[in-house]
Design a protein around this ligand. Structure first.
Ligand code: ATP
Ligand code: MG
Length: 435
């Protein structure tokens, strides 16, 4: 079919036969976070461009190349959020949540927009599940946040994923490190890409995150940040490692992880998988003790992480983990004529009021076609209403799984149906236990 309007490059539709997977993922992640005391926060999909320039950072790939920025009709510069932390931090400050008990733990599922070259695991509209923990400088918080990410992967039965951690220090120790890095990279001035040449002046650590093969080759032998940590940062990192060991969370130290965004301090981490190709980083996060100050507040230490949901789903497919089966239709009520349809609609509605899924014929199909449809939507029960059923107020309820039929009263059927379903489920469970 020649469509005159197509979707935008780098975006994905989630079709009705797939959306239960997304819902399952989102619900699982939110409920694991809830067990850790995180509450959902929802912030707008666009913000003032300045918010991201200040927080994500002017010298990052995200701000330099990837943002969807436009002027609105009032000539204000607006940006579609490229990540979730900045908006959550802004809302935390704007609504004075810092006046409440600390820490404030929030989580979210949000679409994000980055103008990147679309490929597997890299989209222009993607989704992040993120958590932020505001108001604690303790290394125990770092360990807790990392263990939350770890628990998410465990809850989803994901195995091929590895945790890498690093500490990128604070502005104090980073000053010395930046000097050393500059000295090192200046030797390769002729080979570095144009962007990295600019970074050399403004923020040499960014070069370590460059994806060009030449720059990353040069970066291989660059000085490592952990050799330059001040005493406080070094102690903090040691404690984080101790707590992770205590929690039996396996990790590897990778001094090359600097993360793509400017606001990180001290602990940074990534969960990386080898199962999904080049875009293997499923989760990235860390501490950002300077971010809230950068946005104009007093000093409030904080940390968080984000998981890319599309990459997470690629991983679930790659590892052939699968999803719980989709919730189908509990009962399909077929109608043989107009007056039966009226009765069927009433009963269907009463059943739905009990939070049970029910469907009837809203197409005008023949009885045979209705029964075919009931099969197709995998209805667990079916029932046919015709003149006899309406007159006697009784009908035959068929269990589509085992073919069992019972006669039921149509009076109060909606109230009784749940009990019938429960009884059948118990019976099926007992059979299963006997095997
Ligand atoms: P990458 O190095 O792959 O570009 P990043 O460092 O830019 O990742 P973050 O800003 O830390 O990524 O975002 C957190 C997570 O969001 C990533 O680990 C990834 O799972 C996901 N993500 C980032 N960019 C994209 C994208 N363009 N498409 C799909 N998922 C993405
Ligand atoms: Mg990126």
């Amino acid at each position: 079919m020649a469509l005159s309007v197509k979707s935008i490059k780098g975006t994905q539709d989630v079709l009705p036969n797939e959306s239960y997977k997304n819902r399952f993922i989102e619900q699982t992640l939110l409920s694991v976070a809830e067990n850790f005391g995180f509450k959902e926060i929802r912030t707008p999909v666009f913000e003032h461009t300045e918010l991201f320039q200040r927080s994500v950072g002017d010298t990052t790939d995200v701000v330099e190349k990837e943002m969807y920025t436009f002027l609105d009709k009032g000539e204000r510069s607006i940006t579609l959020k490229p990540e979730g932390t900045a908006g959550a931090a802004r809302a935390f400050l704007e609504h004075g949540l810092f006046n409440d008990t600390m820490p404030q733990k929030v989580c979210y599922v949000t679409p994000c927009y980055r103008y990147e070259k679309p490929q597997a695991g890299r989209l222009r509209e993607f989704h992040q599940f993120g958590v932020e923990c505001f108001g604690t400088a303790s290394p125990a918080a770092d360990a807790e946040v990392i263990s939350l990410a770890n628990e998410i992967f465990e809850a989803l039965d994901i195995t091929d994923i590895k945790l890498y951690i690093n500490s990128i220090g604070c502005p104090v120790c980073r000053k010395k490190y930046h000097e050393e890095l500059k000295k090192y990279f200046e030797k390769y001035k002729d080979e570095l890409c144009e962007t990295c040449l600019k970074r050399l002046e403004k923020n040499p650590m960014r070069i370590l995150d460059c994806k060009s093969p030449v720059c990353s080759k040069i970066a291989e032998n660059a000085p490592v940040v952990t050799d330059y940590l001040c005493e406080e940062c070094s102690d903090h990192f040691e404690k984080v490692k101790e707590y992770l060991n205590e929690l039996n969370i396996e990790f590897e130290i990778n001094p090359k992880i600097v993360r793509g965004l400017d606001y990180y301090t001290k602990t940074v981490f990534e969960f990386v998988s080898n199962s999904i190709g080049a875009q293997g980083t499923v989760c990235g996060g860390g501490r950002y003790d300077g971010l809230l100050e950068e946005l104009g507040s007093q000093h409030i230490p904080a940390l968080g992480f984000a998981i890319g949901l599309e990459r997470l789903m690629l991983l679930i497919d790659a590892q052939e983990i699968g999803y719980p089966t989709e919730n189908t239709c509990d009962i399909y009520i077929a109608a043989m004529d107009e007056s039966a349809l009226k009765k069927a609609m009433k009963i269907t509605n009463d059943i739905r009021c009990q939070c049970i899924s029910a469907q009837t014929d809203i197409v005008g199909r023949s009885l045979k076609a209705q029964m075919k449809f009931a099969d197709k939507i995998k209805a667990k029960y079916s029932m046919v209403l015709g003149t006899n059923e309406i007159e006697s107020n009784k009908a035959v309820l068929k269990n589509m799984d085992n073919g069992e039929k019972i006669e039921v009263d149509l009076e109060n059927f909606a109230d009784n149906f749940q009990e019938i379903m429960l009884r059948d489920e118990m019976k099926a469970f007992e059979e299963l236990m006997k095997e």
